[in-house]
Design a protein around this ligand. Structure first.
Ligand code: TRP
Length: 343
């Protein structure tokens, strides 16, 4: 069998994942497992670029567990794919340092998200590590020699940095790394329950994959809809209306959705009916995910074993890559130390 092409992607563990993550990336990842050898990184070290304080670190272990539970709950299959934790792979730090020599400060200062993250966290000067966020991400991607990286638009600029560093490395030291391509999702991101452009924990406009039936019901009934419709007999707008965007994404009954849209446009349906039907569809969609999540959550040792096995598998790939990197660069002492460590 020809070796399958490799994918690496993942998330920073800042808390449980929501239905926006599902639509934007998780459902895609579940599909990609069939054709690719997939590595899913829980990028805990990246959270330190903006949140190095101890109380954030104290929450990290639980957050990592939540993300892994969400991965497993949506159908990422640990028998076929590798789920691992970034900080468990020390080669990441070594490669990060070496790659940092191949990119300039002005280049990194031009990455728009780096500035945005600093502003979002109210940091008035850029920490060295945050400026290096895209370099660390390049190390994540190049360590398993990934061919393809599925990400959202917000990560496109990081992957450009990865490719530039990759080309520079190969030119200076020899062709070690395949140049990774970007696999951009084509689905528009899910609006927040309040109609804002994006779901985010800080805006409190999310529905989590782990939310129970009553929470989903309450969240949906409180959703933002067309504000002009103060009465049910006023014609409403479907486009850009989060309630209908969610119906399109999660309600498999296309005839019901078409009927609701039609009556909404004519002013012949109340918001309550539209929302009740959405809550029902969303709960039906989430139920098997919740069940799988609960089954895994009830077996913490199994989760630990899955993470340990994923870390061990990724570690072997990382050691192989670093042996090639040290040899290509002629870092003899590093190569000898790596050999001593069993690489
Ligand atoms: N930067 C990604 C985010 O926005 C997380 C991440 C870290 C990542 N390393 C990665 C994504 C490698 C894809 C590949 O949260």
């Amino acid at each position: 069998m020809a070796a399958r092409r490799r994918i690496l992607t993942g998330d920073r563990p800042t808390g449980p994942l929501h239905i926006g993550h599902y639509v934007g990336s998780l459902s895609n990842r579940v599909q990609l497992q069939d054709a690719y050898e997939c590595f899913f990184i829980v990028a805990d070290v990246h959270t330190l670029t903006t949140r190095p304080e101890k109380h954030h670190l104290d929450a990290l272990h639980d957050n990592i567990r939540q993300v892994v539970l969400d991965y497993l709950a949506v159908g990422i299959d640990p028998e076929r794919s590798t789920i691992f934790v970034q900080s468990a792979i020390p080669e990441t730090f070594e490669l990060n340092t070496l790659l940092g020599m191949l990119v300039t400060v002005p280049r990194l200062e031009r990455v728009p998200t780096v500035k945005e993250m600093a502003q979002h966290e109210h940091l008035d000067a850029l920490p060295f590590g945050l400026l290096g966020y895209p370099v660390l991400q390049a190390a994540d991607i190049l360590l398993p020699r990934a061919d393809l990286v599925p990400v959202g638009k917000d990560n496109e600029s990081h992957l450009e940095v990865t490719r530039e560093i990759c080309r520079r490395f190969n030119k200076l030291y020899g062709p070690i790394f395949p140049e990774p391509g970007t696999l951009l999702g084509d689905v528009p991101s899910l609006l927040g329950t309040d109609g804002q452009a994006k779901m985010s924990k800080s805006l409190d406009n999310t529905i989590y994959l782990a939310d129970d039936t009553a929470t989903v019901q309450r969240r949906v009934m409180g959703m933002y809809t067309d504000p002009k419709r103060v009465r049910a007999d006023i014609p409403g707008t479907v486009e850009g209306n989060p309630v209908f965007q969610y119906h399109d994404a999660f309600n498999p009954d296309a005839a019901e959705v078409a009927d609701l849209k039609d009556r909404y446009r004519r002013g012949a349906v109340g918001d309550v009916e539209v929302k009740r039907k959405l809550a029902r569809a969303l709960n039906a969609f989430l139920e098997p995910i919740r069940e799988r999540r609960a089954a895994y959550a009830a077996d913490p040792e199994r989760i630990e074993a899955i993470i340990d096995a994923g870390n061990a598998h990724m570690r072997r790939q990382a050691q192989e890559t670093m042996a090639q990197v040290r040899a290509a660069m002629g870092l003899k002492f590093a190569a000898a130390a790596g050999a001593l460590a069993g690489a």
